[in-house]
Design a protein. Structure first.
Length: 73
């Protein structure tokens, strides 16, 4: 038998749900902050929207990628 935890263990599932919720709320907050910051910089709406939509997922991907590179072997 392997020592891998079950993916359907209630503690593991709860941790994954909390991590997903934190990342989702963080992405929404980052979108709003970028939208407001770029709006105060007098940027037009279309580039402002594209940047606000694309930057938060890129930051989340960098954070998750860095986490997996550092914590996993």
């Amino acid at each position: 038998m392997s020592n891998k935890p079950s993916p359907f263990d209630s503690a593991t599932l709860r941790r994954m749900l909390v991590a997903g919720a934190v990342l989702a709320v963080g992405g929404i907050i980052l979108f709003v902050l970028l939208w407001l910051a770029l709006g105060s910089a007098n940027m037009q709406n279309f580039p402002r929207l594209i940047l606000s939509l694309c930057i938060p997922p890129a930051i989340i991907a960098l954070l998750l990628g860095g986490y997996f590179l550092i914590s996993r072997r």
